[in-house]
Design a protein around this ligand. Structure first.
Ligand code: GMT
Length: 377
């Protein structure tokens, strides 16, 4: 296919949407496209030099006359500059608001027919969509885009339920970089964390927001821990973390719950884990589940959003109702006590990641969309 100049905008800090946008940019660059990240800071996964990836920093002025820093205006203005100076063919933005709205404004400012692709990741619709002050802006961002994608069928459906639009939305699933997320041996790391050989390791990775229901993860773990020696790794940071830490210290098995904070090398942590827990009440996809599965770690997740599109119940993990910690613990114990079953689930998890969410297949789907909307000249 023709090599394109593609602008990418996302929230560059830690979070699934930023991770996906950055990984996509890296993969597209490897396939010969020229990539321009237009973001407020360097995307955190952009940790290697690529001669065809460029970074355009959005600087937000904070003059005393502004009550709020004008991020959206600064971003739209930067996008317009990059559209013109670099001759972008496509602008791929992640999040309907503010990024799709900024892209529409930028195209207008630049006076160029750059194609706009918007990917919905969940929070922009399933959280912000309930805020009536924002629904018109979300609808505008969606409708001004040439193509809109959602990271799961569930998110697509929810978007239609929440936003009154007939704009076609295409599901394109998330992916992981298989060169990084793969089974590996990290026995030494297990020893370094003081985890005994006979202990099973459960892991939860999130931004510790309320929607992640981390207390349900802990309750599930405690029930498992009553039945077998085990450790729980809690990875990430966020608003609920200090309250959660405080409660754990007062409860049983506190020494078996390890807070690791934000971590970069998740694949090494998955290498020492036996089971992933994701008990969220909102989850458009659950990228952390896919990352774990690609490394051979089966997951237990809630029957919410896109999670059942990633976990096949009874094959590569289990699905439970929201807050059903009894059932989650029952499944976890069954799986962790049965070596043969666990091996089988592990193999299925790796196969699912490769067959249903392979990066090559997903990146090709995006390329096909870019080709459709790329600037005609
Ligand atoms: O999970 C979060 O709270 C972060 C959020 C984001 O916007 O980065 O993640 C969303 O996008 C991810 C990548 O597509 C999805 O895997 C997450 O499920 C989704 N989070 C929610 O829907 C709550």
């Amino acid at each position: 296919m023709k090599k394109l100049k593609i602008g990418i905008t996302c929230y560059p800090t830690v979070g699934g949407s930023g991770v996906m946008a950055t990984e996509l940019g890296k993969m597209l660059a490897e396939r010969g496209h020229e990539i321009h990240f237009i973001t407020s800071s360097m995307p955190f996964r952009l940790n290697k030099m690529y001669s065809n990836i460029f970074y355009h920093e959005v600087q937000v002025s904070n003059y005393p006359v502004f009550q709020y820093p004008p991020y959206e205006i600064a971003l739209a203005s930067k996008m317009a500059d990059v559209i013109q100076s670099e001759g972008l063919d496509v602008l791929h933005v992640h999040y309907a608001i503010p990024h799709a709205v900024c892209a529409a404004l930028a195209r207008d400012m630049a006076g160029e027919d750059v194609g706009i692709v918007t990917t919905l990741h969940g929070t922009d619709v399933t959280v912000l969509g309930y805020d009536t002050a924002l629904t018109s802006a979300i609808k505008y961002g969606i409708e001004k885009s040439d193509i809109v994608t959602a990271v799961s069928n569930s998110l697509k459906q929810q978007t239609y339920e929440l936003i009154d639009t007939s704009k076609p939305i295409e599901t394109i699933y998330n992916f992981v970089d298989e060169r990084e997320y793969k089974p590996q041996d990290c026995t030494v790391l297990k020893e370094e964390y003081g985890i005994q050989e006979d202990e099973k390791v459960l892991i939860h990775v999130s931004n510790f927001r309320k929607v992640k229901h981390v207390p349900d993860v802990i309750q599930t773990f405690l029930k498992v821990r009553e039945k077998m020696p085990a450790k729980l790794l809690l990875v990430g940071d966020g608003p609920e973390k200090s309250k959660i830490m405080h409660n754990i210290k007062k409860g049983p098995f506190a020494e078996d719950i390890l807070f690791l904070g934000k971590q970069e090398n998740l694949s090494e942590l998955y290498a020492i884990s036996d089971l992933k827990l994701l008990m969220s009440e909102k989850e458009a996809f659950g990228l952390v589940l896919l990352e774990a599965m690609a490394c051979g770690v089966p997951g237990i997740g809630t029957n919410i959003g896109g999670i059942p599109e990633v976990i096949s119940h009874g094959e590569n993990g289990y699905i439970v109702d929201l807050a059903d910690v009894e059932k989650a613990a029952e499944y976890a114990v069954q799986l962790l006590q049965d070596e043969e079953k666990h091996r089988h689930f592990k193999e299925n998890a790796i196969a699912t990641a490769q067959q249903n969410f392979h990066s090559t297949h997903i990146v090709e789907q995006y390329e096909a969309l870019y080709e459709k909307v790329a600037k005609k000249n």
